[in-house]
Ligand binder design. Structure first.
Ligand SMILES: C[S@@+](CC[C@H](N)C(=O)[O-])C[C@H]1O[C@@H](n2cnc3c(N)ncnc32)[C@H](O)[C@@H]1O
Length: 362
């Protein structure tokens, strides 16, 4: 069996670009903020509706954000949850104020310093960083009241081995992501997602208190549509074509490109629901999908800003696989190609969906 991947790329701990410079995630996450904003009302209502404060009755209310990155979106998410919990608490217990303990989780290589330096001033909450993969246990049993994860669970724990194995029938030649829905490649990505979600759900089921909730917000695809037909797929095509062009110019090693795949999977809502049900550890309170989320982002970023968003999200991954030397050149080339092709995210493509899930431990 001939393997075309390296050990370092099998188990992924890919983070967003740290710091607070012009190309950082902290300064380039407006598209992801659109997801937090688009679901704010839904989440506040769900917490009002589903959270049983009397059952949870605790002096310290503990909330964890899984895949928090470097801010600021995680602060908006936490604030939305706190607002909803406080409203609910006032109804049953108007005399006492709740104390909140907030846990920010991400890979240990995440730039937690930037996150903590940019905490909202005079936030009256207890704060802790929790480094480590959310595909595993991070908290003691029955300790978390609300878990939350936005824009993070589409990141797989690794690229499935078969798709970068030239000898496998699931070898993904000619693309950096899973383009179809029926192929062996699609099965490999779906199976990796299933295993990862299973691990995620098992860990959270242990960590949540009885009656605790978990809110998942993640990108998806409509039923019957392949990722390549969607806005995200069109963007990955452009990214992949830049790697091929730079290989043809002799700037990147062809073998490196052949062994590169994005460790990402965007499920359908139906697929996600089926695997949460199969896991059976948490009860589905609601699962919804929205379309047109990209169009609802109040101000779509300008082309220049969009190129920075791409770099903030993918620089660490590209650097890890291809090395430091080509990174500036790659993103400069990507920027040029983006401008020359007049690429507009979402144009001439099927909209990706935004899947929102509320689960309860009972
Ligand atoms: C696109 S960012 C989203 C950040 C933030 N939630 C938001 O909405 O802006 C995805 C984050 O998930 C984190 N992530 C991905 N896989 C992870 C894992 N297995 N464990 C912990 N964090 C992970 C990445 O490091 C990254 O910071």
């Amino acid at each position: 069996m001939e393997l075309a991947y390296e050990e370092t790329t099998t188990s992924q701990s890919i983070t967003m670009k740290g710091g607070d410079g012009p190309l950082s995630y902290a300064k380039n996450s407006s598209l992801q903020k659109g997801v937090v904003d688009a679901t704010k009302e839904m989440m506040i209502h769900a917490i009002a509706d589903k959270l049983d404060m009397e059952k949870l009755c605790s002096e310290a209310f503990r909330i964890a954000d899984f895949g928090c990155s470097t801010g600021p979106n995680t602060f908006f998410s936490m604030q939305n949850i706190i607002q909803a919990v406080e409203q609910k608490h006032r109804q049953t217990n108007p005399e006492t104020a709740l104390e909140f303990q907030l846990f920010f989780n991400d890979h240990s290589s995440n730039d937690f310093n930037t996150l903590f330096k940019s905490l909202p001033p005079s936030w009256p909450h207890f704060i802790a960083g929790v480094p480590g993969s959310f595909y595993g246990r991070l908290f003691p049993k029955s300790s978390i009241h609300i878990g939350h994860s936005a824009n993070a669970l589409q990141w797989l724990s690794k690229v499935p081995n078969q798709v970068v194995d030239c000898g496998s029938s699931a070898y993904n030649s000619g693309s950096i992501y899973c383009t179809g829905t029926e192929s062996e490649v699609a099965k490999a990505f779906a199976s990796q997602f299933e295993n990862d979600m299973e691990t995620f759900l098992n860990a959270r089921a242990e960590e949540l208190v009885n009656g605790g909730l978990i809110v998942i917000l993640m990108g998806g695809i409509p039923d019957g549509i392949s990722l390549s037909q969607t806005a995200i797929g069109k963007f990955y095509d452009l990214l992949g074509s830049c790697l091929v062009d730079l290989t043809n110019k002799g700037l990147i090693d062809e073998e490196k490109v052949k062994s590169f795949n994005l460790p990402l999977h965007f499920p359908t809502a139906k697929e996600l629901k089926a695997l949460i049900e199969r896991n059976g550890r948490l009860c589905i309170e609601s699962i919804d999908e929205m379309t047109g989320q990209v169009k609802r982002v109040p101000a779509l970023p300008s082309t220049e800003n969009y190129i920075s968003l791409v770099r903030a999200g993918f620089e660490v991954l590209i650097k890890k696989h291809f090395g430091n030397e080509m990174v500036d050149e790659f993103f400069t080339y990507y920027g040029q190609k983006h401008l020359e092709s007049s690429f507009v995210f979402g144009e001439n493509a099927v909209d990706n969906t935004l899947i929102s899930v509320i689960l309860k431990r009972i």
